[in-house]
Structures are given as C-alpha cells and as structure tokens.
Design a protein around this ligand. Sequence first.
Ligand code: MG
Length: 218
Amino acid sequence: NRQTHAMTNRMRIGYGWDSHAFKPGVPLKIGGIAFDHPSGLAGHSDGDVLLHAITDALLGAVAAGDIGSFFPPGDPRWKNADSAVFLQTALEEVRHAGYRISNVDTTLVLAAPKIGPVAEKLRERVAELLSIDPGSIGIKAKTPEGLDQDGVAVAHAVVLLEKQDDGDLLEQIAVATESEAAQQEQTQTQMDDFVRKLVGRRTSTPVRKPTFNTDDIT
Ligand code: MG
C-alpha cells in the first residue's frame, strides 16, 4: 500500500468522511473514548466513526488509499478492533511520506449523546493518539437537523500536513532512541528485581545440612 511517488509539496491536505448506524446494546466509542449510552455504533471494528474519518483524511493526504484498502471489513483480524490501530497505521504512512500533522479539524453529526460536555476530553484523547498538541485538534458537533438521520452518526475530518525538515527527522530519531534506552533500562531494572526476589527466596529457605559425615568418605 506504500505510495511510490516522491511527494515534494510543502503542505498537503486530506479529507475523510464516515458514517455508522446506532445499534442498541453495543458499546459506544467515539474519538477513542467510551460513552455511557444505551446504543453504540455498529461496525466490523469498534465503529469509532471519528477515528475512521481522521484515518481516511490522513491516508488521503499522502494519497495512500483508504481505510478499507488497509483493513478490509471482511477480515476477521479487524473484528471489534480498536480503531486506534487504524489511526496508527495512517500516521505511519504520513511519516513514511515525510510529513507531520499541522492540524486536524473535525465535525460530528449525531442526535445523541451530547458532545459539547466531552469535547475537551475528546480533543485531548485524539491529540494523544496523534502525538500532537490538543491545540491542533478541532472537535465540533451538530445535530442532524432536517436530515431525518437520528439513527446514524457521521464524522467529517480535514487534516493539513507539513513537510518534515531534517531537524524534525533528527528530533524524531532522538526521541525514538531515548525511549528505546529508557525501555532497556526498565527491562534491566525488572530483571534485577526478579533476580533479587529469586535470590531472596533461596536464602530465606533453610539451608539443608548434608545427611552424611563428609569425614567418613575419605
Ligand atoms: Mg467506519
């Protein structure tokens, strides 16, 4: 699925759209957040309409296809999948093409639940998933006035990408190296703890005396 054409644009724009029907008794997830609501969004994956729209916007921005070409709906691997996985794949495509996200704007269209009270939480969660500042995420919501589609949730998303310069790439490598070093250090500490625990257990069990007198052997 990797694009093969060199991309030289300083900026690129992407647009994504998705819809899912509400279904009673299904857990509701929007923007990576679980909602306490009597119905959820039916889908092969977790039905996260907002993350699907953002995923498509990111893939579209680097002309890398769409969510369905990466994650076919019939594939059992993606049954009830966490849509954050789709988003991460799209992010990898963006990085691979040499871009980083400048900002994202979204609009949700749904009759319920109310998005206003959780908009800030959504913004922070989506920003976290995209590894960007919450100030670079727009979350807007509307009710489907006059559309006769109260049983459906719709999401629109646009993204703007910027070409990464060498400084950005160096910083990315530095961050990756740093986190790898931290991980190794953590593993070492865990191993040390484990060994200490094992040794502790050994020394706390009574040492058995030999049942024979070694002097007799000679
Ligand atoms: Mg979808």
